[in-house]
Ligand binder design. Sequence first.
Ligand code: PLP
Length: 433
Amino acid sequence: MNFKSTRDKNNIVNFSQALFQGLAQDGGLFIPEETADLKDLFNSFTKDTSFVEIASKMTASLLSDTFTPRQAQKIAEKAYTFSPKIVNLNNDISILELFHGNSCAFKDYGASFLALAMETLLEEKEKKAVILTATSGDTGSAVAQAFVGKENIEVVILYPSGRVSPLQEKQLTTIGSNIKALEVEGSFDDCQRMVKEAFTDSDITQKINLSSANSINLGRLIPQSFYYAWAYSQIKDTYADTAFVVPSGNYGNLTAGLYAQSWGLEIKKYIAATNSNDVIPQYLKNGKYTPISSIHTISNAMDVGSPSNYERMSHLFNDDVNNFKSKISAYSISDENTKKIIAKIYDEERYIMCPHTAVGYGAAELYKQENPHTKMMVLSTAHPGKFTEVIEEVINVKPQLPEELKKLESREKVSTLISNDNKALKEYLLTTY
Ligand SMILES: *Cc1c(COP(=O)(O)O)cnc(C)c1O
């Protein structure tokens, strides 16, 4: 499979180029050039097919120009030392827990695959790369965990000093090895600006093979389709009519689901669940796409007012809102209702969910009112232990931190403080690598 830019169908690249370029040079996002047909493969999966096997076979089929089946299997085995779990709650609503990875959020699925794919390709070419990335918290920790110890890859993470949670900071600064944390005296926007500038500075790019690992990278998007295939194979014998509910911010997760569907996975409907950043629900309601400035909510990993993957979805649906509506329904859930849901599910089921997952659950209930016979699968995007403040406030119980994160509490923070100007980053990169 080759890939092309959303903005120029003649800008065609192979997987390796899409991976290391991240963004197309014309400013567009890379998308599959043609539609793959994986129907037979999907039909061959059963309840007993492991997640690693699904990941390995989908990789081998989709990326057969890039990886041999043997390489695909090695990538899947090494990337996925964790796997999803399904928890059945009441009335045909199930939770697809995607937070059993290293940073305890679903972003581990994309980041782990990206790291292994890059390591494999660099090894072949005997090249080295430096991954430069800015984070406001969660993305950076998934990337850091995924790349630790990878051969020929150095990672530099910029984060805004004092503006990430203490736990998030530990996740970024205690790993060591090939992961360097730069604590920037400024905002997340400063971090992003500095990273962008570095990519256009020829003094840096001539000396260092820079690459990015942000969420629009195809190497993170494609593997997010694997868990839809896994979850579907777990329930397909029991339910004919299923909808997957996706708590959404930048819409990478949902777009991956739409690709799986386009390759032949028989999911009837995707439900986009948002907090007050409701640009997609509004678009489906009135046909006008109007980005907004992001609104701060308690499900903060979804506080995105201008989702980048709208460009991919819109391409897939030929810019036609009716095509959108035939595949996606969308609901927005307020902070107040999100808290009510966390409380209700704890009360009824003794199950604790993170605020993002609760937004998904709220959307599932709304969809189910109109489609009572549909089996709902809600993607749970983060471990509740990462959001102790909100959860303790609502149910008066402190959720357990996952073991992976508990270990970090006693570790020493190691970071390099730098000022928020481009020269400081340039000097750091040129003297370190
Ligand atoms: C990133 C993130 C989301 C949003 O995912 P998108 O792919 O950007 O839509 C939802 N929940 C959590 C916990 C996240 O970290």
